[in-house]
Design a protein around this ligand. Structure first.
Ligand SMILES: [Zn+2]
Length: 85
């Protein structure tokens, strides 16, 4: 996906500008404002592909709380990575 530094973060509802990363001494924009949004979208896609189980409503509720927390940030870095690999 081509990244435009003037387009906001690719997570729905996020209005921050994409984070810049240094690649070979050049600052290039990513598609998300930071690790929080990138991880949220990854989690959302993972959940969407997962089989529905009795835990699914709990997972969806957790995602809603995460989204609210991300939407309430003043700075993209207020919430760091959500997933530890
Ligand atoms: Zn974002």
């Amino acid at each position: 996906m081509p990244a435009d530094p003037n387009e906001p973060c690719a997570r729905d509802g996020c209005t921050f500008l994409p984070e810049l990363v240094m690649i070979a001494d050049t600052a290039l924009p990513t598609v998300y404002c930071g690790a929080g949004c990138a991880d949220y979208v990854w989690l959302e896609r993972t959940l969407a592909r997962a089989p529905i189980t009795e835990d699914t409503p709990l997972a969806r509720e957790g995602m809603r709380k995460l989204r609210d927390a991300l939407d309430a940030r003043r700075e993209p870095a207020d919430i760091g990575p959500l997933v530890e690999l």
